[in-house]
Design a protein around this ligand. Structure first.
Ligand SMILES: Cc1cc2nc3c(=O)[nH]c(=O)nc-3n(C[C@H](O)[C@H](O)[C@H](O)COP(=O)(O)OP(=O)(O)OC[C@H]3O[C@@H](n4cnc5c(N)ncnc54)[C@H](O)[C@@H]3O)c2cc1C
Length: 457
């Protein structure tokens, strides 16, 4: 009897799951396996917010599998050793898993393939499971990847994507393969108070609600900080409780300018993945060096602390950083503002900011986080690498009545309208009544320092 192992990684769902479907087509019994990989923890990626969301996802995956006659096997340790152990216990012939893009994922996959093949077993790696289009599926004439989004998007949009797959009817798991208890978020320390719930059912519920109520207004309202009119599906995409292929199909089915704008954002996600797949070093090294001599933890410690804690004295930046801490999530416009402020106005190494984001973001993701940070720092794929976002102008435009600031910075809750964006303009008793720091840097001085550093003064 043929047995296979399906190794779940960043694809924690039953809908549209090519590895599971392929395994069930070719074999009678399947071991659905998740390994809590020690290597991920050793690299500092197993942070409380993502562990909590992951626990929700695993519990939901286990109950989904049980509804179809199966169960989830959970192990902890070195991923390659654990998979080989389960393969031996189940006497499995093959392993199916989704392709991934980071250098770590590539090394891990190569080690797993060698270990399995040495033992006469096979590894099948499936593309377009965690992306809508496989990295490398479209390339420009002269390179192995696209370095600019617009031409990438043009090609991406023309490709025919595979059809989404349904949920398998029956899953039979061989007897005798033991599992650890499926983890739970209960009692996990350090989790953000406002962290969203994970799991495939929750992801699908959110996505259906988004198609019904949110997507139509997305194009017009996605940059409005207070209205919060984006999908908030990023953690579900990060953990793969939703399939990007299915999202593209269903959004296109809904149609309209909002759906087009949403699909374009999903293409941004694929874009960064194809950059990282081709240039894995971009996770830590400048994609395009500008020969910056950044300020660092050693030379700008106080500024960095003020930024992390949301007390830079620039209300919209502080609101963004406090939302991050409270929810483990941040609006895209807020991420742009917070990143521009750290990397350009304070001229601090983008890696310091990227690390802080990865410590807290529930959707914290090597490709999307590092390459968006590089984009904003001007060392990545932005075609206008020296632009600096002015936090006051941006706040007036994207938080036009100050509600976002008042929601996240309670010290300013009594300031009306646009006054919340410039508390330093208050005078006398009004100023004395507001317990809020003055600006850590003068915007003109920050701009000047950055322009000089980039040789553009
Ligand atoms: C400095 C910085 C750091 C970021 N770090 C991350 C990260 O770690 N993980 C992450 O998923 N996104 C990251 N982003 C991208 C973006 O901010 C988030 O994906 C988005 O805010 C998530 O909210 P949403 O699901 O409501 O997005 P929506 O606006 O509803 O977009 C739908 C989906 O498209 C994808 N998407 C949207 N914008 C981008 C983008 N610029 N790059 C890549 N994918 C995108 C996301 O998967 C998102 O869920 C970062 C952006 C910046 C500027």
């Amino acid at each position: 009897m043929y047995v296979s192992v399906v190794l779940f990684t960043a694809d924690l769902r039953l809908h549209d799951h090519p590895p599971l479907r392929a395994a069930l087509d070719g074999t009678r019994e399947v071991v659905p396996l998740f390994v809590r990989d020690r290597g991920v923890a050793d690299a500092g990626f197993a942070v409380p917010n993502r562990l909590a969301f992951l626990a929700d996802c695993l519990r939901d995956l286990d109950s989904g599998l049980r509804r179809h006659g199966g169960r989830l096997v959970v192990r902890s340790g070195d991923l390659v050793e654990e998979v080989c152990q389960v393969v031996a216990e189940a006497d499995a012939d093959e392993v199916h898993m989704a392709a991934d893009v980071s250098a770590y994922a590539h090394r891990r996959e190569a080690r797993l393939r060698r270990a399995l093949e040495a033992d006469g077993r096979r590894l099948h790696v499936h593309e377009a499971v965690t992306t809508a289009l496989a990295p490398g599926a479209v390339t420009p004439a002269s390179s192995d990847h696209f370095a600019v989004f617009t031409p990438y998007f043009r090609q991406w949009s023309r490709q025919r994507m595979r059809d989404p797959l349904g949920v398998p009817r029956t899953i039979r798991v061989p007897e005798g393969v033991g599992s650890e208890e499926v983890p739970s978020r209960a009692g996990l320390p350090g989790v953000s108070a406002g962290l969203a719930a994970g799991g495939e059912r929750e992801g699908r519920r959110r996505f259906s609600a988004w198609l019904r109520q949110g997507i139509a207004d997305y194009e017009d309202r996605h940059d409005d900080l207070a209205v919060d009119a984006t999908s908030r599906l990023s953690p579900h995409l990060h953990f793969g409780t939703l399939s990007p292929v299915e999202l593209v199909h269903r959004a296109r089915g809904a149609g309209g300018p909002g759906a087009d704008a949403f699909v374009r954002q999903l293409a941004w996600r694929d874009f960064h993945r194809q950059v990282l797949a081709a240039r894995p070093a971009a996770a830590t090294a400048d994609y395009r060096t500008r020969h910056d001599r950044w300020r660092t933890e050693r030379t700008a410690q106080e500024d960095i602390e003020a930024w992390r804690e949301g007390r830079t004295g620039y209300p919209v930046v502080d609101a963004a950083m406090r939302q991050l801490r409270h929810e483990g999530w941040m609006h895209n416009r807020a991420r742009l503002l917070a990143a521009s402020f750290l990397a350009k106005t304070l001229y601090v190494d983008w890696r310091v900011g990227a690390r802080h984001f990865l410590d807290l973001l529930v959707d914290g993701d090597v490709a999307s986080n590092q390459l968006n940070w590089q984009w904003m720092a001007g060392t990545g794929t932005d075609t206008r690498p020296h632009r600096v976002l002015n936090p006051v102008t941006q706040a007036r435009r994207h938080d036009p009545d100050g509600s976002y600031v008042r929601r996240w910075v309670p010290e300013l809750a009594r300031l009306e309208g646009l006054a919340a964006h410039e508390p330093w303009k208050l005078r006398g008793p009004e100023r004395d009544a507001v317990d809020y720091p003055g600006p850590v840097v003068d915007l003109a001085e920050g701009l000047d320092r950055f322009r000089r550093a980039r040789g553009r003064a």
